[in-house]
Ligand binder design. Structure first.
Ligand code: SAH
Ligand code: SF4
Length: 340
């Protein structure tokens, strides 16, 4: 809840509205686990609220810490479903990567999250909690919607979560600190430009030609490149900032000189910046991670064709940091009674 919503909720159960604001501060900013820990709340009220049900929508069931400081948490939701969220600390920032759905319906050929389809949407509270979870260790400065799920297929809840994350009495994360990544849903891309023009939108392109992209991102058969790129062009014009394209580097699928040329050609008309992301290996997909030399060669080709790109360093590769991997491990070990 935002502070305004929390005030209304407090009134609706017969409390003074300021109690709502107190709860927003206690729950989001202080990161409490029970109402009884919220400072200044009368004990009988805290007991009543705690008796009504658990405050937190999830509990951590597994945690992996990388040598580089990246922490990946597997959360068990109220109905037993599992989602992942990742804390990525650097000297200046603490970024949290959140999931928007349990699983994903898109089924990209290289992604662990889509291997079993989508199970359900996450609620706004379940999305916000992933940030609160990692906020306790160190204040969160940035949030990226790059965990499991397609945010545009859970649009209303993602927007509600963005509003709660921005609540000044709570986490107070400005829109400029949020990034939503999408595999390409044109109507929603345009809608986001109107609803939330200040957040950053990234399009997962992965190929600049329809034949390759349809193989990697099945959604491309429904909304081909021309439609998605037109929507991104409109988006960039409307919000007044250049678009960002993500391109997972798959040694066996999208790294020929022809792929570099079509990527540059796709990015040029919309003035997009390209993030090149070496594939984080997911065994089941059969794709191959490129060598550093192959990455360099592709980036050079791209530059020659006029593409503006940054090669992103992989973080947490020693802890299954690609989205969906930790969950698959947990599910496999549950299936054989924990023996794995
Ligand atoms: N569904 C949305 C957001 C979640 S995926 C989307 O696809 O954009 C976030 C990013 O992680 C996407 O760019 C996706 O292509 C990338 N990704 C997924 N699996 C990956 C892997 N194994 N290695 C590297 N990047 C991966
Ligand atoms: Fe879904 Fe994104 Fe994974 Fe594709 S890359 S399956 S859209 S989560």
């Amino acid at each position: 809840m935002t502070a305004v919503e929390a005030r209304a909720w407090a009134s609706s159960i017969g409390l003074p509205p300021f109690r709502g604001e107190q709860l927003v501060q206690g729950v989001y900013r202080a990161g409490v686990s029970h109402f009884a820990e919220v400072k200044g709340l009368p004990r009988d009220l805290a007991e009543r609220l705690d008796a009504a049900g658990p405050l937190l929508p999830a509990v951590e069931t597994r945690r992996q810490e990388s040598r580089d400081g990246t922490v990946k948490s597997l959360l068990r939701l109220g109905d037993g479903k599992l989602v992942e969220c990742v804390s990525i600390p650097t000297a200046e920032r603490h970024t949290v990567c959140v999931s928007s759905q349990v699983g994903c319906a898109v089924g990209c050929s290289f992604c662990a999250s889509g291997l079993n389809g989508v199970e359900r949407d996450l609620t706004p509270g379940e999305i916000v909690y992933q940030v609160v979870h990692h906020h306790r260790a160190r204040p969160v400065t940035n949030v990226v919607f790059m965990g499991s799920g397609e945010p545009m297929f859970n649009y209303d809840n993602v927007l509600a979560a963005i509003r709660v994350l921005g609540e000044p009495l709570g986490l107070g994360l400005g829109r400029r600190r949020l990034t939503v990544s999408t595999s390409g849903v044109p109507a929603r891309i345009r809608q986001l430009a109107t609803d939330e023009p200040q957040i950053t939108l990234a399009l997962s392109l992965h190929a600049g030609d329809d034949e390759t992209r349809s193989r990697l991102v099945p959604l491309n058969k429904r909304w081909p490149l021309a439609e998605v790129l037109a929507a991104m062009g409109d988006y960039a014009e409307r919000v007044g900032r250049r678009a960002t394209l993500e391109y997972v580097l798959l040694a066996d699928a999208n790294m020929t000189p022809a792929h570099a040329a079509s990527l540059a050609a796709a990015a040029r008309p919309i003035g997009a910046h390209i993030n090149l992301i070496p594939f984080n290996p997911v065994f089941e997909t059969g794709h191959r991670r490129p060598t550093p030399d192959e990455v360099r060669a592709f980036a050079d080709q791209l530059a020659r064709f006029g593409g503006h790109a940054t090669v992103r360093g992989a973080r947490g590769s020693d802890i299954d940091a690609a989205c969906g991997q930790l969950k698959r491990r947990e599910a496999a070990s549950e299936a054989d009674g924990g023996a794995a």
